[in-house]
Design a protein around this ligand. Structure first.
Ligand code: AMP
Length: 400
């Protein structure tokens, strides 16, 4: 990854710092119900305001599709930001077609203030990555800081175009994310093991194709492993299985073979006859699968095999649960492997990077979310990174 600037490269005193934040937080009854994304912004906001810079937050919120929609106003986030930064936060009802009033409000704010601008997606130019809108955004700041990795896979005016118009830097959360991702796949300590689970192969084809060329071992678990087993001629009974993707699975296995990446598939399974918590279940070897049964988790021999493979690795990247972890006891594989990876990390043997969708809740469920080297809460951006795709928001920062 090319080098990017950070807050340390700028004198922020008295500067207007435009911060691309991720304020797209869950809201219930007019109140932010989960402020995790805002918490992640605090180090950046603190570093700007403590030296007398003005932190001016830019973010999208929901999908207003380029139109002003009061129900999607970022005003709703102000109390939550205020509670976390411990200082008054000013909401600026920005008109994105004419930002002169917003410019005055920013001018009038004291040094060290935090300001929240209106939803960038109220203007169609945001999602169109429009240069004119980006110029209006840039006119409101002296420095641009991107602290929203979760939005970096989109080339939008507030994530991409504006980064070319001002001196640009990564915020603290972005800096931590990029450093962790670089340690996971960019320049990792080898051997690297990837663990990919989840429901379907169809949503992760690009990711698997990229990983087999980058890692030494790839563990495939969850419902998606069934498609691979089926492709190998192994009966999977009534399990979730994308039979039409058997050829794709074979192609991925061939590609892995060519790249000398070992594919580790389950060797046994925890099978049930109903998709529900605490459904009666049995362990089966894959040579003796019940044709009426459903594989809902990896079995005990597979768990031991995966733990052994993790013991041989220096770096682990993980996306997707190994079974239907929301339904105990089919969370066993995910929980045991997650705890093993956490322990290897704690003991200094492993660098562990995880993220994407259900992975965060699976690790939280296993109570090891804070014991991995890094857990990314960015869904789409994390997956695109695992797919080896260029993230426009990052490229723009490194080009700056
Ligand atoms: P994804 O969003 O692709 O990461 O998929 C996560 C979902 O896959 C979770 O809701 C799991 O319950 C589900 N899942 C994992 N393993 C299985 C399985 N063997 N059978 C059915 N669903 C599964």
């Amino acid at each position: 990854m090319a080098k990017f600037k950070t807050l340390d490269d700028f004198d922020l005193k008295g500067k207007r710092v435009l911060v691309r934040a991720d304020l797209n937080v869950p809201v219930n009854d007019g109140k932010v119900s989960d402020a995790t994304r805002i918490e992640r912004l605090v180090p950046t906001l603190r570093d700007i305001t403590k030296v007398g810079g003005k932190a001016i937050l830019l973010s999208h919120f929901g999908r207003p599709k380029g139109k002003v929609n009061p129900e999607m106003s970022l005003k709703v986030t102000v109390d939550a930001v205020e509670a976390l930064v411990h200082r008054p936060v000013i909401f600026v009802a920005t008109d994105w077609t004419d930002v002169s009033a917003a410019a005055k409000a920013i001018e009038a704010a004291e040094d060290g203030s935090v300001l929240v601008l209106e939803n960038t997606r109220f203007h169609p130019g945001e999602e169109a990555n429009d240069t004119e809108l980006a110029k209006r955004m840039a006119s409101l700041g002296d420095i641009y800081v991107n602290d929203a990795f979760s939005a970096a896979h989109r080339a939008h005016a507030s994530t991409e175009a504006v980064a070319h118009l001002l001196p640009a830097a990564a915020g603290r959360a972005m800096q931590a994310e990029l450093t962790a991702l670089e340690a996971g796949l960019g320049k990792p300590q080898k051997p690297v093991i990837a663990l990919v689970g989840g429901a379907k192969v169809s949503s992760k084809i690009d990711l698997l194709e990229n990983l087999v060329t980058r890692v030494e071992a790839l563990v495939i678990g969850g419902g998606m492993a069934n498609t691979f087993l089926y492709a190998m001629g192994i009966g999977v009974g009534n399990s979730l299985c994308e039979k039409d993707l058997a050829e794709t699975a074979n192609r991925i296995m061939e590609k892995a073979n060519d790249a000398r990446c070992s594919i580790i598939l389950p060797v046994d399974a925890c099978v049930a006859w109903h998709f529900e918590a605490n459904a009666p279940h049995r362990h089966y070897g894959l040579d003796a699968m019940d044709p009426d049964g459903m594989i809902l988790d990896v079995g005990p021999a597979s768990i031991e095999r995966i733990k052994g493979a993790i013991d041989e690795a220096r770096t682990l990247i993980w996306n997707g649960p190994l079974g239907a972890f929301e339904l105990p006891p089919f969370d066993t594989g995910t929980v045991e492997v997650a705890r093993h990876a956490a322990k290897r990390t704690h003991d200094g043997h492993l660098i562990s990077v995880a993220g994407g969708g259900d992975t965060v809740s699976a690790l939280a469920h296993a109570k090891v979310k804070d014991d991995f080297t890094y857990v990314s809460t960015a869904g789409g951006a994390f997956l695109e990174w695992m797919e080896g795709k260029e993230l426009p928001g990052i490229t723009a920062l490194t080009a700056a």
